[in-house]
Design a protein around this ligand. Structure first.
Ligand code: PFF
Ligand code: NA
Length: 442
């Protein structure tokens, strides 16, 4: 086996992990899930879920990755024995499941980017989604998106992922700030921001049953948890990094970008008189596109907006691809570029069902919606639960020791973390799974 790669610098790891976290989850799903779940009420649940459940779970994944320096399946085998490989397998499966439709959305974003540059959707912004979301167009766009990811991952950790995200992530931040500043000047800014940031406590309480699993699922998705990503990325990290500090930086940056996304999207919607609550996956594309079609500098704004979304989607997709490629390079004596290409082909095929048109004009295929619902309500919470049980009870105090490596913590903080995993995180996920089951099946 060739020697295992590492990140060239700590900043390189941080930026790559932020690139993974910041993605369609922040820029596309977070605004539309907020809109679908009663505005700011959802934001409150989301912030609680990110802080109390997502952050400790992120550290649990870091501990597994850095302690073993293995791929997601090998890590659990190394720590617990062969039987525990099943946890890695569930994460790998969940990752493939999600990436299959994530790439399809990535393809839509590329189409909207192109459409902004050429003005293709300006005549009929509402009809554009149907034209590009399914069928041969969508398949081709998905293939282009995947090919770019495969190209980056094929170059390796330091030369591929680290170099690419070092350019992508700062660009995302700068352009998002610029977009938010512009959105602030729109006629709908005040109304949009109020909708996004002032919670309606009554609706918060009366809808808790369905909002809680959505918010927890969103917290996992947005932090790239339950898919083996943070385990894999941390497996390339050295012992002198402070995992809690790195995790904190990642969580805070990711949340800030999500908030920025809301500050961009909601003013646009309100300025155009579009009701965010009628939203949905397609409506966000539709709505933003019709806003750009009506605005004086619409083409440029469209290119910048969909360009940011494309960069964010790509820097996330490569992290998920790396989970599979890392597993394969650890296990087969085949070159990284070949394994990246093979994974790309498998993912392309898995994405095809999500590009099928099931005759719902204005919406994505039913298959796509089902993939997404199953991921949020079942796969992600289940996968994270398995990691939490493993770290909380099987690793236990060994996990505490690993978390303390590279920090000045005397053990108090790491102990609080372990007990948080065993109580708040554990029961929080159980409740989420129970409510998620009801959302899915009843
Ligand atoms: N954290 C990513 C996001 O919020 O978009 C989640 C993600 C999904 C990462 C799919 C990678 C991925 F392929
Ligand atoms: Na990203």
């Amino acid at each position: 086996m060739v020697e295992r790669e590492t990140w060239a610098t700590r900043v390189g790891f941080l930026v790559a992990a932020i690139g993974s976290a910041v993605g369609l989850g922040n820029l596309w799903q977070f605004p539309f899930k907020t809109a679908a779940n009663g505005g700011a009420a959802f934001v409150v649940f989301y912030l609680i879920a990110v802080t109390l459940i997502g952050f400790p779970a992120l550290l649990a994944e870091f501990v597994v990755g850095r302690r073993t320096h293995r791929n997601v399946v090998g890590a659990f085998e190394n720590l617990g024995g062969r039987g525990w490989r099943v946890i890695g397998a569930v994460a790998l499966f969940t990752g493939f499941w999600i990436l299959s439709y994530y790439n399809v959305v990535g393809g839509w974003v590329l189409r909207y980017l192109l459409g902004s540059a050429t003005g293709a959707y300006f005549g009929d912004p509402g009809g554009y989604f149907n034209a590009v979301a399914s069928g041969p167009e969508a398949i081709a766009a998905q293939a282009v998106f995947l090919a770019i990811s495969v190209g980056i991952v094929a170059l390796g950790i330091e030369n591929g992922i680290e170099k690419a995200t070092k350019v992508m992530v700062p660009s995302i931040v700068i352009l998002m700030v610029a977009l938010a500043a512009w959105a602030f000047t729109l006629g709908g800014a005040a109304e949009g921001i109020r909708y996004f940031l002032s919670p309606d406590v009554d609706s918060l309480l009366s809808n808790a049953g369905s909002v809680v699993p959505e918010a927890v699922g969103q917290a996992f998705f947005t932090l790239s948890l339950g898919m083996g990503i943070m385990i894999t990325y941390a497996s390339y990290v050295g012992e002198d990094d402070s995992l809690p500090v790195d995790g904190g930086v990642i969580v805070v940056s990711n949340t800030l970008i999500g908030v920025l996304a809301g500050l961009v999207v909601f003013p646009i919607l309100f300025a155009e008189g579009i009701d965010p609550a009628t939203g949905g996956p397609a409506a966000l594309f539709d709505a933003v596109a019709s806003a750009f079609a009506n605005l004086p500098a619409g083409r440029i704004l469209g290119v910048v907006f969909f360009g940011v979304v494309a960069l964010a989607a790509l820097s996330s997709a490569i992290s998920l691809l790396e989970v599979a490629v890392s597993y394969a390079t650890d296990n087969f004596n085949v070159s990284r570029p070949t394994l990246s290409a093979v994974s790309g082909v498998v993912l392309f095929l898995l994405g095809l069902p999500s590009t099928l048109d099931t005759g719902d004009p204005g919406g994505p295929s039913a298959w796509f919606v089902w993939f997404d619902a199953l991921a949020y309500n079942l796969l992600l919470p289940l996968s994270v639960l398995l990691v939490v049980v493993f770290v909380g009870w099987v690793l236990g105090w060994n996990a505490v020791a690993e978390l303390r490596e590279g920090t000045s913590d005397s053990g108090t903080l790491a102990t609080v973390w372990l007990w948080t995993l065993r109580t708040v995180v554990f029961f929080g996920i159980i409740v989420t799974l129970y409510l998620g089951f009801q959302t899915l099946f009843f």
